[in-house]
Design a binder for this molecule. Structure first.
Ligand SMILES: C[S@@+](CC[C@H](N)C(=O)[O-])C[C@H]1O[C@@H](n2cnc3c(N)ncnc32)[C@H](O)[C@@H]1O
Length: 246
């Protein structure tokens, strides 16, 4: 199976409740921190487009980029008639847009799918090319606490109508990488079909991210522990970065 085929099928069931607070957080960032008026927005790693659609419905012009055709297909199918979102199937490491935007965001740990500091540096450099001066880059990444204490080597089981998902994790503290093993059992006429997929994420320390942002001419507005702008704590699972393109 492709790396995000199972994920595409079940993603909204697992994460759907978090889309609305995240979209409100982004809208507040655009209003409060951008030095230019935000109209065109890039969603980098847009996935099934839950947040993309909410912002598009608020009259922003959205471009959704994602490497997974399965995730984009869900996104496209769920977009209401009359809402115009440009979806592009593209690897963020080779980001290539038609023009510039006033803001870009990357939600739900997309950047943790990059394999190295070099790749993160490249993605920030590409983003800087496409975000207009004074515009915003907002993103979240997983904290070390989340990898070490929550994902760790733990397993999670989700049960839906006809589906059961088993999600097993393996974290390597030396490599700072976390492998996710997803196994889906889907029932059809009394028979259960099994499918598997594997993904890998990397932890990026706050210091590394800040130095790569500075190198690529993004200045830091703040780092938050959640979408309600609470400060980072030792038990925060995400670091939300708000930055301005200089
Ligand atoms: C955890 S999902 C987040 C989806 C979406 N941002 C959201 O908030 O619901 C991670 C997404 O990152 C995408 N992704 C991973 N590596 C990528 C890459 N190199 N280029 C573009 N998208 C990538 C995956 O296909 C997946 O849709």
């Amino acid at each position: 199976m492709n790396a995000f085929e199972i994920t595409a099928e079940l993603y909204d069931n697992i994460n759907g409740e978090q889309y609305s607070p995240y979209a409100s957080f982004l809208e507040t960032c655009f209003e409060r921190f951008s030095k230019i008026k935000v109209k065109e927005v890039l969603d980098l790693g847009c996935g099934t487009g839950g947040i993309t659609r909410l912002l598009a419905e608020k009259c922003f012009d959205l471009i959704g980029v994602d490497i997974s055709a399965d995730m984009l297909s869900v996104a496209q199918n769920k977009t209401k008639k009359g809402i115009d979102i440009r979806y592009i199937c593209q690897d963020m490491r080779d980001l290539d847009l038609f023009g510039t935007v006033q803001a870009a965001y990357s939600s739900f740990d997309c950047l943790n799918y990059l394999n190295s500091n070099t790749e993160l540096d490249k993605v920030f450099a590409l983003l800087r090319n496409y975000i207009e001066k004074g515009g915003l880059l907002v993103f979240d990444v997983n904290t070390e606490y989340r990898y070490e204490k929550i994902f760790a080597d733990n397993s999670f089981v989700y049960e839906f109508d006809d589906d059961m998902l088993v999600w097993q994790n393996q974290y390597s503290p030396s490599k700072k990488t976390c492998s996710f093993y997803l196994t889906l059992f889907s029932e059809e006429n009394g028979v259960y079909y099994r499918s598997d997929e594997q993904q890998k994420q990397k932890f990026f320390p706050q210091k590394t991210i800040i130095s790569l942002l500075e190198k690529n001419h993004f200045s830091l507005v703040g780092i938050y522990g959640s979408t309600d702008f609470t400060p980072l704590e030792n038990s925060s699972e995400k670091m939300l970065f708000v930055t301005i393109a200089e």
